[in-house]
Design a binder for this molecule. Structure first.
Ligand SMILES: NC(=O)c1ccc[n+]([C@@H]2O[C@H](COP(=O)([O-])OP(=O)(O)OC[C@H]3O[C@@H](n4cnc5c(N)ncnc54)[C@H](OP(=O)(O)O)[C@@H]3O)[C@@H](O)[C@H]2O)c1
Length: 279
């Protein structure tokens, strides 16, 4: 089955299943495998790649650069500025460093990694300047709860936010109480990070049991849960070719209403506000 698509506020469509890169670029020994892993993901249609200046202090962006060399136009490239750099001038300088490491002219979606002590109005102004200069195409935020989003929408051009990347998986459903519907109502996509809880969900007995009935794996069920939600993009990270194929296979699953109910019982949705969790 083809990978579903999610609409950005601009109308542009991006894949609902992409690839993460946290922990990539940390070891010269693993470098070639990481490049090949991302390339395999691209071949399988997982053409949205999420990285950040923080990951391996730029090392992950360098892995991405190698993986996308010669195929830039296929890729929707996401990177992030660290909050400490998110002043007006600092954001622009950080983006230019990322562009050099990524060896591209433009980043498709540039995110503020988490709320910063720099005024959000300044970061947004820098994002808008980067957009005008063609260095980024869209900007967004990460780890922003509803109150942060409200504040963002109150500053000039804050409404141009194109996505909010947050921790969201079966074991972390807190955003379903407020942030997810808040974003859905405004057509702002949620990028679900750590979609398989950094691998830990694969050991959950209920997931193992349900997965068996579909001849699937727990990771596939965890991803299928996210792919079933409107406006949600999942970005699993793997450097392992077998697991990349496995993660891609999650789009083929058709979970019955009965089994969704079993998953709800095993991983109950929130019944009250919980502060946004971060990893
Ligand atoms: N904005 C933020 O603050 C933030 C925070 C965290 C993450 N992120 C982004 O989101 C991406 C994904 O999150 P994540 O890396 O934290 O966690 P994740 O994607 O939930 O899990 C990655 C871990 O699970 C393993 N794995 C992948 N597929 C698997 C499978 N099918 N079966 C068993 N294990 C599997 C990977 O190991 P192998 O590589 O060995 O397969 C890796 O150790 C990150 O890479 C990053 O790009 C953003």
């Amino acid at each position: 089955m083809p990978i579903g698509r999610v609409r950005l506020p601009s109308g542009e469509m991006v894949p609902a299943l992409g690839q993460g890169t946290w922990k990539m670029g940390e070891s010269a020994r693993r470098h070639a495998d990481e490049v090949r892993a991302l390339q395999l993901g691209l071949e399988l249609g997982m053409t949205l790649i999420d990285t950040a200046e923080m990951y391996a202090e730029g090392g992950a962006e360098e892995v991405v650069a190698e993986a996308i060399a010669g195929r830039r136009s296929e890729v929707f490239l996401v990177s992030k500025v660290m909050p400490g750099n998110a002043s007006r001038a600092g954001t622009i300088a950080a983006c230019e460093r990322s562009l050099r490491r990524l060896k591209v002219d433009s980043i498709d979606l540039y995110l503020l990694h988490w709320p910063s002590h720099h005024p959000i109005a300044d970061t947004v102004e820098a994002f808008e300047t980067l957009k005008r200069d063609g260095k980024i195409r869209h900007w967004g935020v990460s780890n922003f709860d509803v109150a942060d989003m409200d504040e963002l929408l109150g500053v000039p051009n804050g409404g141009n936010v194109a996505a909010n990347q947050v921790l969201y998986n079966l074991a972390r459903r807190g955003i379903e109480y407020d942030l997810l519907p808040w974003c859905q109502e405004r057509s702002i996509p949620i990028m679900a990070y750590s979609p398989i809880e950094q691998g830990r969900l694969t050991h959950h007995p209920d997931l193992i049991r349900i997965a068996k009935t579909y001849q699937a794996t727990p990771a596939q069920i965890a991803l299928a849960f996210l792919l079933d939600r409107d406006g949600v993009i999942a970005i699993p990270k793997s450097s392992n070719p077998q697991r990349i194929e496995e993660n891609r296979g999650s789009v083929d699953l058709d979970i019955t209403d009965e089994d969704w109910a079993v998953l709800d019982a095993a991983f109950p949705p929130p019944s009250r506000k919980k502060s946004l969790e971060m990893l």
